[in-house]
Design a binder for this molecule. Structure first.
Ligand code: ATP
Length: 239
């Protein structure tokens, strides 16, 4: 992606928190069309709070959020979705619904013209879900649930998929599988913003933002990050 590409998402000076506790202190982050951005940070750094402020589940007290050039800072969450931003939380699926029902939900929420066609495309990406489509999501393994979460999020045909810790609760083997699936999604015009504490996700990222104590400590390419000695020690040293 050329550096001059106009951002799909541009968040500037975001401040947010809960009651009197401020969590984010002026976070700037952008995502260009089709690229994969990793938001890296330890537990409690504020990753989830930031993602929720982007998708409208937590109020941004200060700052602005633009999607495809439009100001969405005060827009309802459902309207942000309609404009092409989908959020995949750590939980990601409804366990008491079937696989097929879970996938249909994303498409229906947006009044998708042809949910059947979309479902067929998603089953081609995730064949294991087709085999189990009438089973409850609760019957899936942790890794399969994560695949279903991704399929459900993709059913809305987003331009930007915002993912909160896709590695949560997964064994290293399944983390690898999720990374493989995410790299397969690249190059289809879909942009990904992935919040993680697991540095394995650097493998799929074009750029990285490091969040510490609610502030961006670093932003740049993966190569630039590995060349930064302090960050290298802090993140790569612990692998
Ligand atoms: P994790 O990986 O643990 O989810 P994170 O980087 O996503 O970490 P956040 O979940 O955004 O971090 O949490 C940032 C801070 O906000 C933490 O101190 C957390 O305890 C606090 N916090 C998160 N959600 C709430 C809430 N609903 N009410 C009050 N405080 C909250």
């Amino acid at each position: 992606m050329p550096p001059e590409a106009a951002p799909l998402l541009n968040a500037a000076g975001i401040e947010a928190g809960y009651g009197s506790m401020q969590v984010l202190w002026g976070v700037d982050l952008d995502v260009r069309p089709g690229e994969t951005v990793l938001l890296l940070g330890a537990n409690g750094a504020g990753k989830t709070t930031f993602l929720k402020s982007l998708v409208g589940l937590v109020e941004a007290r200060r700052g602005t959020i633009q999607l495809a050039g439009d100001d969405i800072t005060h827009m309802r969450s459902s309207d942000r979705m309609r404009r092409g931003m989908t959020y995949m939380s750590e939980l990601a699926v409804f366990p008491d619904l079937t696989i097929e029902e879970n996938i249909r939900i994303g498409a229906q929420a947006l009044g998708h013209a042809d949910p059947g066609r979309r479902m067929e495309e998603l089953y081609q990406l995730f064949p294991v879900l087709r085999d189990k489509r009438r089973a409850l999501a609760s019957s899936l393994s942790g890794g399969q649930r994560k695949m279903l979460g991704i399929a459900k999020a993709l059913s809305a045909e987003p331009k930007l998929l915002v993912m909160d810790e896709p590695s949560a609760g997964l064994s290293p083997l399944f983390v690898k599988e999720v990374i493989r699936v995410l790299s397969g999604l690249q190059g289809r015009g879909l942009a990904l913003l992935i919040a993680e504490q697991n540095i394995s996700f650097l493998e799929v990222a074009t750029r990285v933002f490091v969040l510490e104590g609610g502030r961006i400590r670093f932003s740049g390419t993966v190569v630039e990050m590995s060349g930064n000695e302090a960050l290298h020690r802090a993140y790569f040293g612990l692998k």
